[in-house]
Design a protein around this ligand. Structure first.
Ligand code: B12
Ligand code: SF4
Length: 472
C-alpha cells in the first residue's frame, strides 16, 4: 500500500551466546592438522544446528493491524538492514545480551533522521539506560500498547514514552500472524506461548521481574486455533516457549490432551516435577512431545536455596528424569556449576548424575549474573563481580567462555580448572555418539546438539585458559 506508514521491527544478532557461536567459531583456530579438521567439521555442525526460531515478540507486534500502517520484520541474524527503503518508524527489541549492537543501530538510524522506538526485556528493566538512545521508549509487554503507538504514528502525535500500566490479560484472544516473517529463514516458525509469568523467584533469572509472579494463561481454545492455523503454513516442529510449560498442571494436561489429534511434534521447557505426574506425562508424550529442557542448576540443594530456587529437590531428580525419558521424551538437562554453596566435589557428582539419569543433552553453564537480577545486585554488593556493575555490556550471556564473578566457596583459580576439566570429560565425541544411540527419540538432533557442544565447550576452555593466565 503506497501511502501506508512503513514500520520495521528489528531483532538484533547478539555477539555472544547462541548467536555468537559463529563469531566464536572463527576466533579460535586449531593449532594442528587434526584439530583444524575437527574444528572445520564441527563448525559445519554449528551452522546446521542453529535451530533458529523467529522472535515471537515481533510476530505479536506485527499482528496488531492498524489500517494505514504496514509492518515488516528484519531479523539481523539472517538479513541485512534494508537501508535502501523508506521507514517511518523502526522498532528494535533490546535483549540484555545485545544492548551494544542495538544502541549502535539506533544511533545510525537516528543520524539519518529515522525515528527509533526501543522495547523488549532490557528497555523494560532499564528504561533509564535506554532513554537517550531512542526517540520513543516502550516499557513492558506491548501486546496492546503497540496499537496506540501505531495510531499515534498515523496522527503524528508520537509520545516519548509508553508505559504498560498492568500486565496484559492473555485470556483475551489475539491472533498471531506470520505474514511479516520470511518463513524459509527459520528452522521452524511454529512458536507458541501458552502462559506468561513465573510463580518462582530464582535469583539468576529475570522472567519474574519482567513478566511478574502470577501465571497468566491464554485460553485453550485460542491456543488450539493458533496451532491449527500455524500448521497450514508450516508443518514443522512446534516450540512452546513458556518458561515452564507444566507450571499449571491442570491447564497443561487439558491443553496437551486436546492437542493429541493435531499430531504435531513439539519441544518445550519444563520442570522435572513432570516425572511425578503420570497423567500429565502421558498427555505430553501422546501430544507429540519430543524433548524438554529442564533446569537442574545445582545438585546441591543448599546452593539452589541460596539462589532462591526451592522447587525440585535433588533427591527426586533422578527418578523424575528417568520417568520422563521412559515416556519417550528426551531430556536436555541444564546445570549451573559455581552457585554459592557448590564445592569442588560437584563435578564428579554431575558426571555420575548424567550417567545415572541418561540425560540426552547436558548443558553445563557458568552462572551469568544478568543486570536486573537479584544475584547481580547481591554479587555487586558483596564485591564479587569481576567487572564494574554499571558496565552492563561486560555481563555477556556467553557459553561460559569467561567467569564474571568470584564463586563463594571455591577460589577462582581452582574453580576454572575444575570447570574446564568437567566439560572436557562430559563433552567428548564418544559421549555424543553414546547419548544419541540411547536417546528415546530425535536421535539425529541429540547427536547434533552434543557434537555442537563438543566444539563449543572446547572453545570455551580455550577462553577460560586465557582468563586463568591473566589472573595468575
Ligand atoms: C525463545 C527465547 C529465545 C529464542 C528466541 C529469541 C527471542 N527473544 O524471541 C533464542 C533461542 C534465539 C534465544 C536466544 C537468547 N536468549 Co532467550 N529467551 C527466549 C524465551 C524463552 C522466550 C522469548 C519470548 O518469545 N517471549 C515471549 C515474548 C512475547 O515476550 P518478550 O520477548 O519479552 O516480548 C514482549 C516485550 O518484551 C515487548 N517487546 C519485545 N520486543 C519489543 C520490541 C519493541 C519495538 C517493542 C515496542 C516492544 C517489545 O513486547 C513483547 C510482547 O509483550 C525468553 C524467556 C521469556 N519468558 O521471555 C528467553 C530470554 C528472552 N532469553 C534470554 C537470553 C539470555 C537469551 C540469550 C542471550 C541466550 C544466550 N546465551 O545466547 C540469547 C540472545 C539472543 C539475542 N539475539 O538477543 C533472557 C533475556 C534476559 C534479558 N533481560 O534480556 C530471557 C528472558 C530468559 C531468562 N530467563 O532470562 N532466546
Ligand atoms: S529460572 Fe525458570 S523457574 Fe526460575 S524464575 Fe526463571 S523462569 Fe521461573
Amino acid at each position: 500500500m503506497g501511502h501506508d506508514k512503513q514500520v520495521l521491527l528489528v531483532f538484533i544478532q547478539a555477539d555472544s551466546g547462541v548467536d555468537g557461536t559463529s563469531l566464536l567459531d572463527s576466533a579460535s583456530p586449531g593449532h594442528n592438522i587434526f584439530s583444524v579438521l575437527k574444528d572445520s567439521l564441527l563448525s559445519n555442525v554449528i551452522r546446521r544446528a542453529q535451530f533458529a526460531i523467529p522472535p515471537l515478540a515481533l510476530m505479536i507486534l506485527s499482528s496488531q493491524k492498524v489500517p494505514g500502517v504496514s509492518q515488516s520484520i528484519c531479523d539481523l541474524r539472517f538479513d541485512k538492514f534494508p537501508l535502501d527503503r523508506h521507514w517511518d518508524l523502526v522498532g528494535i527489541s533490546v535483549q540484555t545480551g545485545a544492548v551494544k549492537p542495538a544502541f549502535e543501530l539506533a544511533r545510525v538510524l537516528r543520524s539519518k533522521g529515522i525515528k527509533v522506538v526501543l522495547g523488549g526485556p532490557y528497555a523494560t528493566i532499564f528504561p533509564e539506560k535506554c532513554r537517550d538512545h531512542a526517540d520513543i521508549l516502550v516499557i513492558g509487554e506491548a501486546d496492546d500498547i503497540w496499537t496506540d503507538v501505531q495510531k499515534d504514528l498515523l496522527a503524528d502525535t508520537l509520545k516519548r514514552e509508553y508505559r504498560v500500566a498492568s500486565f496484559p490479560d492473555l485470556s483475551v484472544d489475539r491472533s498471531v500472524i506470520k505474514s511479516a516473517l520470511d518463513i524459509q529463514s527459520y528452522f521452524t516458525t511454529n512458536v507458541v506461548q501458552t502462559t506468561r509469568g513465573c510463580p518462582y523467584s530464582c535469583d539468576f533469572c529475570n522472567v519474574h521481574v519482567m513478566n511478574g509472579h502470577r501465571l497468566r494463561h491464554r485460553s485453550i481454545s485460542s491456543v488450539l486455533r493458533e496451532v491449527e492455523i500455524f500448521l497450514k503454513e508450516d508443518k514443522r516442529i512446534f516450540f512452546f516457549l513458556d518458561d515452564t510449560v507444566n507450571a499449571d498442571e491442570l491447564y497443561a494436561e487439558k491443553l496437551f490432551t486436546e492437542l493429541v489429534p493435531f499430531k504435531i511434534n513439539w519441544v518445550g521447557q519444563a520442570t522435572t516435577a513432570l516425572g511425578e505426574k503420570p497423567r500429565l506425562l502421558d498427555a505430553f508424550a501422546r501430544s507429540g512431545c519430543g524433548a524438554l529442557l529442564v533446569g537442574i542448576e545445582s545438585l546441591d540443594d543448599g546452593s539452589n536455596h541460596a539462589h532462591m530456587k526451592f522447587h525440585n529437590p535433588s533427591s527426586r531428580q533422578v527418578e523424575n528424569i528417568k520417568n520422563i525419558r521412559e515416556a519417550g521424551i528426551c531430556v536436555y538437562g541444564s546445570f549451573i556449576y559455581g552457585l554459592d554453596e557448590d564445592t569442588l566435589d560437584l563435578p564428579e557428582r554431575i558426571e555420575e548424575f548424567i550417567e545415572e539419569t541418561g540425560i540426552d543433552v547436558p548443558g553445563i553453564n557458568l552462572l551469568r549474573p544478568i543486570p536486573g537480577t537479584g544475584v547481580f545486585d547481591r554479587l555487586a554488593a558483596e564485591g564479587r563481580l569481576l567487572y564494574h556493575p554499571d558496565d552492563h555490556d561486560a555481563f555477556k550471556f556467553s557459553w561460559g567462555q569467561e567467569m564474571l564473578y568470584k564463586p563463594q566457596r571455591i577460589n577462582l583459580l581452582e574453580f576454572i580448572p575444575s570447570y574446564t576439566g568437567l566439560t572436557k570429560r562430559v563433552f567428548t565425541v564418544q559421549n555424543a555418539l553414546r547419548r544419541a544411540v540411547r536417546a528415546p527419540k530425535l536421535r539425529s538432533a541429540v547427536l547434533m546438539f552434543n557434537l555442537l557442544y563438543v566444539h563449543m565447550y572446547s572453545l570455551s576452555r580455550k577462553d577460560l585458559k586465557r582468563q586463568l593466565q591473566q589472573l595468575t
